[in-house]
Unconditional design. Structure first.
Length: 626
C-alpha cells in the first residue's frame, strides 16, 4: 500500500530523521548519495513491481527506508548488527537495505534456494539480531521457513506493513508481527500474528507481550528496569530510539577524542571512517567448502556503482529489469544499485519465465539488462522475443558462465547489442567494459578494465611472481580498486589468501590478446594437466558451445593411470538432435590441439548445479563412474 507524502513532509531519509530529533543521518554512515538522490529525484520512479505494476518514487523509497530505520532501532538493532532477510525480489528488500545503511547495521540477504541445513549454517555464522521474512506468497520460501532450526533467542519476523508505521517509524498498537510456523499435515502456511492477541509463539513456547517489550528495551538500552509495564508504550519507544542514537553519538565522539581530533572540525575524516563500515554481507560459495560471507562496505558499494555508471554510461534515463535474485551480487550490485545511484528505474521480477520476461522487457522500455546464459537461451527461443522490437534496449548483458554461439547469433540476426561480462562478489562485481560491436568480433572477451579499477595477470609463485607481459600468456587475474570487499566474515585465513598487497586474487585464469582485451580461460583449481600439458576447461567449453546443437557444456579432468588426467565433457544438447561424441571430437579437432579434445562424453538433460546455481563439477565426475 502506498503512503501519500504530505506537502510539509520531507521526502529524503536525512531530513526525515532530523525532523524527529533522532539524528539518524545517512551522512554519518557513508550513504549520503541515497538521501541526495531521494531529494533530487523525489518524483521520479525508482522501483516497479513487475508482477503488479505498483511503483515507488525515489521520495517514497526514501521515506519507507527511514520508517524502517526507526522500526529497526525499536527492535534493538544497533550499529554493526546483522539484519538477515529471506525474500524474493521485492520493494521491501531495497527498503530494508537502505534502512540498514542509515543506522549502521549490516544487511544480509539470504539465498532461499538453499536447503534448510545450508541456510541454518549461514544463520549460525552471521548471528543476526533480526531475521526478516517477506515471502510474497512464494511457496518455496514458506516451505523453507518451516524447516529452519533457529538459534536460541532468534525469531522469524515479518517485515512490517509500512502502512502500519507512522511517520517516525513507530508501529501502531498491535502491529508488531512475528512469523509463525504451522506444521500440521496438509496446508502448511506461514502467517503473521499480531501482538494485540497478547502472546506470540517462537519455537513452540509462548511468551507474554510484557516479556517481549521488556526484552526489546533491554536490547536497546542495555539494562532491565523494574516497573517497565507501568510506563507508556510511547515513552518506552522514545527511550529505545534515544538510547541507541546516543550510543552511536558517544562512540563517534570517543573515536574523535582518541585520535586527538575535534569531531566538528574533522567531518571529512569521520565520513571516510564511516565509509569503511560494513553495509552488505553476501554469502557466496563454490562447489566445495562452506559458504563465505563477503563483507561490502559503503565505500565498496558506491565505488562499484559510480565506476559502472561512468564506464557503462548509465543515466537517469536507464531502465533495467532485475530478474537475477537480489541475494546474489548479480541481482543487487551489478545493475540494481548503479541504476538507483544514477536516478534510473529498476523493475523487480520475482522469477524468470521466458515469454513473460521477454514481454516485460519490451513493455517497460528496458535499456539494459543482465541475465545468465540459460535464461538467454530460453529468451531468444520465445515468441515474445520474436515479436518485440526492443527499440530502447542498449545492451543485453550476460554473466555467470560462457554463452553458446546460438545466443550470440540470435542477437546478431536481430541487430541487438549483446555482450558478456565478468565479476565476483568480492570485486563489485563489475570490473570490465566492452563495446557490443567489439564483443561480436571478439566473442568470449570480457573487455578491458573499467575507468576506476585496475586489472593485471600474474604468473609464477613465491619470489618468481610477476606480471604477464606477452599476449595470450595465461596467468591468474588480479583486481584492485575501491570496489573490493573488506573481508570474509569470521574467516581471516581465507581473507589473507585472497588479498595480497591490496590486490584481490580471483583464482580465475585469464589472458590478454594483442589489443589488451581480456579473456577468462578457467578456474586455477580446475586446470587439467594431461600428459604434462595444461588444458584450460573454459577454452574447451567455449569451443563446444560453438557447435549449433550444444546448449550447455562443462569440461572436467578425470584421473587416468596413463595420462594423469584425461579431458571429459558433460553436454546438454538441443532437443531432438543426433549429436554424438564422434561429431564433437571432429568439431573440436578442427580448432584445438588433440590433447585438449575431450576423450569421454556424457549427455544429460540438465547440468548438475549447486544450490547457488554454479556448475557442480564434483557431481559431474560421478556421472562417469556409472
Amino acid at each position: 500500500m502506498a503512503l501519500p507524502l504530505s506537502s510539509n513532509q520531507s521526502n529524503c531519509a536525512e531530513d526525515h530523521g532530523r525532523a524527529h530529533g533522532t539524528r539518524l543521518s545517512v551522512h554519518s554512515l557513508g550513504s549520503t548519495w541515497f538521501s541526495h538522490r531521494c531529494r533530487i529525484s523525489q518524483h521520479r520512479t525508482a522501483v516497479v513491481d513487475g508482477a503488479t505494476g505498483e511503483s515507488w518514487s525515489y521520495g517514497e523509497l526514501g521515506q519507507r527506508a527511514s520508517q524502517l530505520a526507526h522500526w529497526l532501532v525499536e527492535q534493538g538493532v544497533q550499529r554493526g548488527d546483522r539484519v538477515a532477510m529471506l525474500a524474493p525480489n521485492h520493494f521491501s528488500v531495497l527498503a530494508v537495505l537502505f534502512a540498514c545503511g542509515q543506522i549502521g547495521a549490516i544487511f544480509v540477504p539470504l539465498n532461499w534456494r538453499l536447503n534448510a541445513q545450508e541456510l541454518n549454517e549461514i544463520v549460525v555464522d552471521c548471528t543476526p539480531s533480526l531475521l526478516l521474512v517477506e515471502a510474497c506468497g512464494m511457496e518455496q520460501i514458506v516451505q523453507l521457513v518451516e524447516t529452519l532450526v533457529l538459534p536460541s533467542g532468534l525469531c522469524l519476523t515479518a517485515v512490517p506493513d509500512l502502512a502500519d508505521l507512522d511517520t517516525s517509524g513507530d508501529a501502531a498498537e498491535g502491529t508488531k508481527r512475528e512469523w509463525v510456523i504451522e506444521s500440521a499435515e496438509g496446508a502448511k502456511r506461514a502467517e503473521a500474528i499480531e501482538r494485540s492477541e497478547g502472546t506470540t509463539r517462537a519455537g513452540g513456547a509462548e511468551r507474554t507481550e510484557a516479556t517481549q517489550r521488556a526484552e526489546a528495551i533491554e536490547r536497546s538500552k542495555g539494562t532491565t528496569r523494574a516497573g517497565v509495564a507501568e510506563r507508556t508504550t510511547a515513552t518506552k519507544r522514545a527511550e529505545a530510539v534515544d538510547s541507541a542514537v546516543a550510543t552511536k553519538e558517544s562512540e563517534a565522539v570517543e573515536a574523535a577524542r582518541t585520535a586527538g581530533l575535534e569531531r566538528n572540525d574533522n567531518e571529512a575524516a569521520a565520513n571516510d571512517e564511516h565509509a569503511e563500515q560494513p553495509w552488505i554481507m553476501i554469502y557466496t560459495g563454490g562447489t566445495t567448502g562452506k559458504a563465505k560471507g563477503v563483507v561490502l562496505s559503503h565505500r565498496a558499494v558506491l565505488c562499484n556503482a559510480t565506476n559502472t555508471i561512468v564506464s557503462w554510461q548509465l543515466s537517469e534515463q536507464d531502465v533495467t529489469v532485475t530478474v537475477l535474485p537480489m541475494f546474489h551480487t548479480g541481482g543487487l550490485n551489478a545493475l540494481t544499485l548503479p541504476i538507483l545511484v544514477s536516478g534510473g528505474t529498476v523493475v523487480l521480477e520475482r522469477s524468470f519465465e521466458a515469454e513473460r520476461t521477454a514481454e516485460l522487457l519490451e513493455r517497460m522500455g528496458t535499456t539494459i539488462v543482465l541475465m545468465v546464459p540459460t535464461m538467454y537461451h530460453m529468451l531468444v527461443s520465445s515468441n515474445a522475443f520474436a515479436a518485440a522490437s526492443y527499440a530502447k534496449m542498449r545492451t543485453f548483458l550476460s554473466g555467470g558462465a560462457p554463452c553458446p554461439a546460438s545466443v550470440y547469433e540470435a542477437f546478431a540476426q536481430r541487430q541487438l547489442s549483446f555482450k558478456e561480462g565478468y565479476g565476483a562478489t568480492e570485486s563489485g562485481p563489475n570490473n570490465f567494459v566492452i563495446d557490443p560491436v567489439i564483443a561480436q568480433q571478439k566473442r568470449g572477451s570480457i573487455g578491458v578494465p573499467m575507468l576506476f579499477n585496475e586489472a593485471r595477470i600474474i604468473s609464477g609463485e613465491g619470489d618468481s611472481v610477476g606480471d604477464v607481459q606477452e599476449a595470450y600468456q595465461v596467468g591468474e587475474l588480479a583486481l584492485r580498486g575501491g570496489h573490493l570487499f573488506s573481508y570474509y566474515w569470521n574467516n581471516a585465513i581465507e581473507t589473507n589468501k585472497s588479498v595480497r598487497n591490496g590486490w584481490f586474487m580471483t583464482g580465475d585464469l585469464a589472458l590478454r590478446d594483442e589489443e589488451g582485451y581480456y579473456y577468462i580461460v578457467g578456474r586455477q583449481k580446475e586446470l587439467i594437466i594431461t600428459g604434462g600439458e595444461n588444458v584450460y576447461p573454459l577454452e574447451v567449453e567455449r569451443l563446444l558451445l560453438q557447435h549449433p546443437h550444444v546448449l550447455e557444456a562443462a569440461v572436467i579432468g578425470l584421473n587416468d593411470n596413463k595420462w594423469g588426467e584425461v579431458v571429459a565433457a558433460v553436454i546438454v544438447a538441443t532437443r531432438d538432435s543426433a549429436l554424438t561424441p564422434d561429431l564433437l571430437v571432429e568439431h573440436c579437432s578442427l580448432q584445438i590441439g588433440k590433447y585438449k579434445v575431450p576423450k569421454r562424453y556424457v549427455f544429460v538433460n540438465e547440468m548438475p548445479k549447486t544450490s547457488v546455481g554454479k556448475l557442480d563439477k564434483q557431481q559431474m565426475r560421478s556421472l562417469f563412474k556409472r
